[in-house]
Design a protein. Sequence first.
Length: 286
Amino acid sequence: MRDFALFEPTTIEEASSLLAENGGKATILAGGTDLLVGWKEGIATPKSVVSLAQISGLDSIAYDENTGLSIGGMTKMRAIEQSSTIRNRYTALAEGASEVGSIQIRNLATLGGNICNASPAADTVAALLVFGAQLEIASTYGERTIPIRDFFVGPGESSLQHGEIVTRLVCPPRPDNSGSHYIKQKIREVMDLAFIGVAASVELAHGVVADVKIGLAAVAPTPIRATDAENILKGNSLSESILEQAASAAAEQSSPISDLRCSAEYREDMVRVLTKRTIQASAARI
């Protein structure tokens, strides 16, 4: 490992200034579970590291009936996995967090880091898409808020500008007549990247789908919403025929690639299977 400068600011303003001063040679250290691996393998070679660990207020979880769920960018995956509020109201997010590595990793990995890596296969992003998460971003130039659907640009690329820091994520309140689920296709039981990740949120009214959101991970250059499938489901009951049509639409909207883990054809087939399964599981939780 090469020599580097470590900074431990105590405010967002100080952290952003340090990033700006050091230009492209500086990187943020949140949980470090991805950065340290990349560093060891020679993929990441920063000259300066700006740790966010000493900045207070970035690791909180709060829920309000009017404004919804608020999660700090430095909140650990283990805390999200164990939060009773998230497990009960935003179940798919708790399930996604529980799929990140091992317990040891989840005690270090942060939600902000999982998002900012901009991996199409990240375990939390499909759920955050279906929950309509808004990202609060701060820098020395001020603050801005963007929907998570606009955050991802390409594999490993986001709309985050140098010097900007994701401080918080906010998800709207959940109606009582709704349920959600996240399912991940993988080889091993634990510590494996997703071949496919599917999250769904379903809202029923008198047996009819009043609203539905479906998020897909690892089947396109960025995490995506299966909007064609959502449109098929809305206003209909969850009959076998409608479920099959929606699942096929989700598969057609995906654009997977073949890699060492599996083929594009397999991914597309599994999108069809897991979409149907995830919708059914979400509805069963209402």
